[in-house]
Design a protein around this ligand. Structure first.
Ligand code: ATP
Ligand code: MG
Length: 498
């Protein structure tokens, strides 16, 4: 009798009736349905042909559903079934190297996706008690960032700038730089053209960065519902790695388009529009997303999730609605300026308008010691240079400051897809700080840089390894670095002087 009772108990949960409703209207990626009286918010519903939707607007006599698939075959009168499940997404190691959408649909034409588990796309952010300070650098391999705006693992750093200023490039380079570092990356592309995404995937593949990356895509021709849920699903995939104790990195490219997808949905659902026609909860959709990135305490696995949200500004207006929201949510921003881009100063990072509020503490000490004065002296130079244009007679000291500044600017230039190790960055910044590049003509700097980086790695491999492991260098060791830099540069200065 006891066993029979147990069997009945075990089978009970499967005896669930699936409620059905009827579509009354479909359009713009939204379906209005009558009859799903007990459906819950965020519940998955199913249409014929396997098209899924998520209930988001619950009203007394009808339900607003955002569609996650093609709505062509749907129309009034069609039956809808509630599934009793929250919207969820696959997670696991099997996702690495794949290009998928938020529901787990394979988009790279490869074999079926391997996974053992699905998790809800909306999950609560870790509690304060589970979080720990950011202590380890998230190295981008980009000199201007690692030296002047350093990012830490678990930090949220905004990348913003007008269109075509190199935002995606910075993010992709950061992912490429995580090769062989054990960091698991998620590149979440929302609302971009499919060709742009294909280009990004190709770049990752070409630089051996796809194996540690999951690409989650909702291109601009996907229904707004799918574009809206994609960043949440991508974050669930990233959290899987964080909760396993890994360091993970997620790029949202970009959240301007995500906000627009949500605005589209809200207007279709006739929610009252507010500033710039965005609905009242537009701040919340991004804050709850980015709150999920953090560094967990050891007791909770010690993993981390670093977020690099991307935002597109219009006509350099960083005080528009969505940019200011994101600036206030994140721990700093990297601002890319179209003016610098046009001058060919790539990456077009505007140091004065960029900041990292928590990453400074994580910077490698060797890098910090060469970069600490750079930020201030570089800003001073920028100001001086503007003034110097109006006067021909400059005193010697001013002229020297300007010449040094020009060399720093030259040194901060970096081609995309050329990430540098911490020791390589230290080498060239130390050289410019110590005035070793003052006699090198501007057009020979790039060449000199390569030379000193190579020379230092060859002659002082242990010291370079120390720098990369975050050890401090004593005076004696710095002296050795300096004399090797001088040796490396001797040939160049002579060649250009003759
Ligand atoms: P969009 O607004 O279209 O998304 P974006 O701001 O993401 O553009 P990217 O696509 O990253 O900009 O870059 C624009 C162009 O500039 C690309 O052709 C890219 O190759 C080039 N570019 C960006 N950064 C660099 C760099 N450091 N060195 C050389 N080329 C660069
Ligand atoms: Mg881009």
């Amino acid at each position: 009798m006891a066993t029979l009772h147990k069997v009945v108990e075990d089978t009970e949960p499967t005896l669930r009736s699936h409620e059905t409703g009827t579509v009354i209207q479909v359009g713009g990626g939204i379906a209005r349905v009558r009859g799903l009286a007990s459906v819950t918010s965020e519940e998955l519903v199913q249409f014929p042909d396997g098209v899924l939707g998520v209930a988001i607007n619950l009203e007394p006599d009808e339900v607003g559903i955002m569609l996650l698939g093609d709505s062509e075959k749907l129309g009034a009168g069609i039956r809808v079934t509630a599934t009793g499940r929250e919207a969820d997404t696959p997670v696991g190691e099997g996702l690495l190297g794949r290009v998928i959408d938020a529901t787990g649909k394979v988009l790279d034409g490869g074999k079926p996706l391997e996974f053992h588990e699905r998790r809800p796309i909306e999950r609560p952010a870790p509690e304060i008690i589970e979080r720990s300070p950011v202590t380890v650098p998230m190295e981008t391999g980009i000199k201007a960032i690692d030296a002047l705006i350093p990012i830490g693992r678990g930090q949220r750093e905004l990348i913003l700038g007008d269109r075509q200023t190199g935002k995606t490039s910075v993010a992709i380079d950061t992912i490429i730089n995580q090769r062989n570092k054990g960091v698991k990356c998620i590149y979440c592309a929302v609302g971009q053209r499919a060709t742009a995404v294909a280009k990004a995937v190709e770049t990752l593949r070409k630089h051996d960065a796809l194996d540690h990356t999951v690409v989650v895509v909702a291109p601009d021709d996907d229904p707004p519902g799918l574009r809206y849920i994609t960043p949440y699903a991508a974050t669930t995939m990233a959290e899987y790695f964080m909760e396993k104790g890994y360091d993970a990195l997620i790029v949202y490219d970009d959240l301007t388009r995500h906000a627009r997808a949500y605005r589209e949905l809200s207007l279709l659902l006739r929610r009252p529009p507010g500033r710039e026609a965005y609905p009242g909860d537009i701040f919340y959709i991004h804050s709850r997303l980015l709150e999920r990135s953090t560094h967990l305490r050891k007791e909770f696995g010690g993993g981390s999730l670093t977020a690099l949200p991307v935002i597109e500004t219009q006509a350099q207006d960083i005080s528009a609605y969505i940019p200011t929201n994101l600036i206030s949510i994140t721990d700093g921003q990297i601002y890319l300026s179209p003016v610098l881009f046009q001058k060919g100063l790539l990456p077009a990072i505007h140091v004065g308008k960029s900041v990292s509020r928590v990453g400074g503490k994580t910077q490698h000490p060797a890098l910090r010691s060469v970069a600490s004065d750079l930020r201030l002296s570089y800003s001073q130079f920028e100001e001086l240079e503007t003034f110097a244009r109006f006067s021909t007679r400059l005193d010697k000291e001013t002229r020297a400051t300007i010449e040094r500044g020009r060399r720093v600017r030259e040194v901060l230039k970096q081609n995309e897809r050329h990430p540098l190790r911490a020791s390589e960055q230290v080498a060239v910044l130390k050289a410019v700080n110590a005035g070793l590049l003052d006699d090198v003509p501007l057009d020979a700097i790039a060449n000199a840089e390569k030379r000193i980086q190579k020379h230092l790695l060859e002659t002082l491999p242990e010291l370079c390894a120390n720098m990369e492991n975050g050890e401090t260098l004593d005076d004696d060791q710095w002296q050795r670095v300096l004399s090797e830099l001088e040796v490396a540069l001797a040939g160049i200065v002579q060649a250009s002087g003759s």
